[in-house]
Design a protein around this ligand. Structure first.
Ligand code: AHG
Ligand code: MN
Ligand code: MN
Length: 330
């Protein structure tokens, strides 16, 4: 008996959860799934073809761009251009948003980090793709900046793909979180992790601890407590992989404010909001220490924010410590 449910079948089944759904969002999710299957194929042979290494350019945040960053970015853009459901995209790799002329009246915009953790490509460590989908707020015609600068709570769907020991796609449309593993023999994402729930408490913390001396006092105190409580430390250096482990095993992922980068490193629109939507939908929390990530006001496309996300009990402790620090200061 066949018991496999493919991503495409699942998306169509779930469309019934939305009474007025027209199938556009489903189409968009399927197109992103297709782009990520192609990225997965390319990532898997990175050591063979001449596609690893640096592209010789820097992105708008001044970071080295890898050849696979460019390839993944181009692939997602071309799949979304063909989809017809998307009027524009914004990507970590592009300075500004890109309107899609041939579907300029479409309802949705997509924001993505085409390849996350790209410094890990050349050493065969898990990397990922992150995406967020919003309903446009501008009138018909060419999309506008305001369509992309929406609060995270406005996301209609978000997800990530981790290219790890297997390739997995995890997504939410605001009704729980489901995970699919790519079966390369049939080229399909198959439901493998239905209704993912993050453990309430965790015993693993993930942070770039080499920068401890630059952390704010609240983060230092929290990390000290983690060590005193016998927590394990794990840090891949690819946010997607670290957050994926946090989701499945429980724990906390942190990229804090540091003395050299007061807003941290991670981008609100391409990394923090989409992964916060997933984590919250799985029962977790996500904050910058004072405010919920998904309620932060977005004022620019490449805005950064400190982030603490994961098991609710651990994130609540961070909030308590940050609250106490604020009181002491006032
Ligand atoms: P990207 O490759 O998309 O630029 O993102 C890299 C990010 C993120 O994946 C990871 O958590 C973080 O950079 C690691 O930064 P540090 O090396 O400063 O820890
Ligand atoms: Mn990234
Ligand atoms: Mn990236």
């Amino acid at each position: 008996m066949r018991s496999i449910i493919t991503l495409d079948e699942f998306i169509i089944q779930k469309q019934k959860d939305f009474p007025f759904a027209t199938g556009e969002l489903s189409g968009l999710l399927r197109d992103i799934g297709l782009a990520c299957k192609i990225i997965s194929r390319e990532v898997n042979k990175a050591g063979l073809a001449d596609i690893s290494g640096q592209a010789g350019i820097e992105n708008s945040s001044g970071e080295e761009v890898q050849k696979l960053d460019v390839m993944a970015d181009n692939l997602l853009i071309s799949c979304l251009q063909n989809s017809g459901e998307c009027c524009g995209i914004a990507s970590e790799e592009n300075t500004t948003f890109v309107p899609i002329k041939k579907s300029e009246n479409a309802k949705y915009v997509v924001l993505f980090d085409p390849l996350d953790g790209s410094s890990n490509i050349d050493v065969n460590i898990s990397i990922g793709t992150i995406f967020a989908i919003y309903r446009r707020v501008s009138d018909d015609g060419e999309c506008q900046l305001e369509d992309f600068l929406q609060d995270g709570v406005e996301q209609v769907a978000s997800g990530y793909v981790v290219y790890g020991s297997s390739t997995m796609l995890v997504y939410t449309t605001g009704k729980g979180v489901n995970g699919f593993t790519l079966d390369p023999s049939i080229g399909e994402f198959c439901l493998s992790h239905p209704d993912i729930r993050i453990p309430k408490e965790g015993k693993i913390y993930a942070i770039n601890q080499s920068a401890y001396h630059k952390f704010d006092t609240g983060t230092k105190q929290f990390i000290d407590e983690c060590m005193e409580n016998g927590c394990n430390f794990r840090y891949v250096g690819s946010m997607v992989a670290d957050v994926h482990r946090t989701l499945i095993r429980g724990g906390i992922f942190i990229y804090p404010s540091t003395t050299s980068s007061p807003n941290g490193k991670l981008r609100l629109l391409y990394e923090c909001n989409p992964l916060s939507f997933i984590v919250e939908q799985a029962g977790g929390h996500s904050t910058n220490g004072r405010e919920r990530i998904m309620e932060l006001e977005a004022t620019e496309l490449h805005q950064r924010t400190p982030i603490y996300m994961g098991s609710p009990d651990m994130v609540k402790r961070v909030e308590e410590i940050c609250g106490e620090m604020m009181k002491e200061r006032s």
